[in-house]
Each structure stands twice: as C-alpha cells, then as structure tokens.
Design a protein around this ligand. Sequence first.
Ligand code: PMP
Length: 362
Amino acid sequence: MAIVYNFNPGPSILPKVVLSEIKKNFFNWNNSQSSILEISHRSQKFIEYTFQVEQDLRSILNIPKNYHVLFCHGGARGQFSAIPLNLKRKFTQPDYIHSGYWSLCAFQEAKKYCVPTYVSVRKVLQDKTIFIEPVKKWNISTNYTYLHYCPNETIEGIEIFEEPIFDNKIIVGDFSSTILSRKINVEKYGIIYACSQKNIGPAGITVVIVRDDLLMQPNIQSPSILNYQLLMKSNSMFNTPSVFSWYVAGLVFKWIKNLGGLSVIEKNNKKKAKLLYQYLSSTDFYKNYVISSHQSRMNVTFHLTKNELTNLFVDTAEKYKLLGLKGHSLVGGIRASIYNAMPIKGIYCLINFMKYFEEKFR
Ligand code: PMP
C-alpha cells in the first residue's frame, strides 16, 4: 500500500508502531487469551496495566504527587460541564478567556452552572490577521477564582505558548490539541484536561490532571459520572471505562518515552511547523491569517487566495494520499493537523503537493 498521510484533526494519525503493536496482540492481549476488546476492566491484568499507563504519563509530563490523574468519559466537552460543576461550591464567578471556537464553547457551557466573566483576548486586524493579546494584557477580573483558557484552538490554528500565571487565579487549561506536543509546567495549573483523539490515542478516554485541593464535593445534583472525587476514589472505574482507548493511550505513552520524551517530541514538532509556515510565507497563493507568535504547531490553517479552488485542492490531495485537509466548516480553507505522530516526511510531501498545485493553477 502506498504511504498515506493523515492530516485529520481528530480522530487523527497514530504512530505506525502503535498500530502494528495493536495488530500483533489483537487476539491475545498480554497473554490473557482474549482480545483487548473482550477484556474485563476489572481483571487484574488490565488494572495493573492502567497503573502503568498513569505512571508513564506522570513521568512524561513530570506530574507532581499532589496531582491526580483521572481517565474520564465524555470527551473535552464533558469537561466543559465537569469543571464548573466540580468547582462551583468555591468559585461561582470564574474567568473564561475567549481565543477561538473551543474556548467560547467552554464559556457557553459554564454559563449553565455559574456566572463566568467573559474575557476576549482576540482581535481581527484590518488585513484579517488574528491577533492574541499577550497574557499580561488579559483584562481579567480581580476575583480569586479559576481562569479557563484553551492553549490551542484546533479549528483556527491559534496557539498560546505563554503559560498564564496570576496571583489570584487557578489556571484551568483545555489542552485537547496540544497536550504532549511540548513541555509544560503542570505546577502552574489547577486542572489540565484533554480529549484523547489527537496526541493521546483513539477517541474514548479524557485525561484530567487535577490538583488535590480542587477535589471538592460537587453539589448533590451534579451527575456522579462527572464527580472528580468519585472518579479518583474508584481509580477512574466508577463505571466501565473506554478500555480500548485507555490501552492504546498506554502504547502511545511508551512510544513517546522510547523516542526520548517531550524534549525530542517538541523539537520535532517545532521543525515540522516551521517548514510549513516558512513555505506558506514564501508564496501569495496560500495565506495563513494567524499572527506568527500564535501560529499553532499542531493545526496549520491556511486559505487559497483563489478560494474557489479549495475543494479541488482537498480532492486532489486525497488522490496523492494526503488525507483530511479540509478546514473546519466554520472557518473554511485548509487545515493540516500535524500531531506528534505525523512524520517529517508527511510535511515534505504536503509542501511538494502544494507547490505542484500552485504551479498548475496559479
Ligand atoms: N476542545 C478542543 C480544543 C478541541 O479540539 C475539541 C475537539 N476537537 C474539543 C474541545 C471537544 O472535544 P470532544 O469532541 O472530545 O468533546
């Protein structure tokens, strides 16, 4: 089979060695004589496996002891509800930073449970460039409360690399599309959460890293399945977890460790994104509209100046085995999601294709 490069935003590309490992052990996982799809989540082997998965994630992200790691249901959107529900006993007026679509969705969901303050940090300049305010200029409230933000807006391709720190704020970050792509300092956050279908594994589990003082008792009306305390006490097995997704996440964490951890991953990601952005800035046939300081390393978005060629670009790219390049319907254009598992060869192939397309249709 010809090599295919998958640029989908999520579910997305997985490391080839992980896919091979799944295939190799599919019918007999860990000498259990059962497929991983048939294993009981209560079996000793699987429980031991999940402890190892947590240890690997802890070592990759350097997670301090006073943080719990939960493997939840409900995707990142589930956390849009879980966060206010778990924290509202103490924080009824959190700050919600708006930098793009997903951070706005989080704000809208939070409004159902508390009275969040809306803080926009995004401006669209006259030439359509999207500009994000530096953290020190964020016009936040003076309350002692939590502050929610999204360090990588997957749809628009906007990344906030600066880690926000404020004396009177507990930082909560939706890391869905940037987790494990670069080093972060977990201690600067109260809660870090991420859906799995980008840099973690297949869709299913949602990783929540929460500082122990934030495990408050939510209101009795809150759904038990979103209750962090219950999840922590049951080792994330309050109900049946997404066994397969959890299993594959463990293989991806091992892959990251074997590569040399986040320093190596981050270096590769910088290199891949730089190649693509450098090429984009060398031509007027394609245009990226994000200010260079906030161009996402994971989701590279651009438009064709001849907008009417967009669909043809996507269809032709597929013929050349470059899949999933259509931009999100809200913003149009093209989006190349270049998560950890995208090899540098995939970037070269994409750039070559873009050059070819430009030569043909300029
Ligand atoms: N936040 C971000 C940053 C995302 O990219 C996504 C999914 N693309 C979500 C939230 C929603 O995730 P889920 O579909 O797992 O609820």
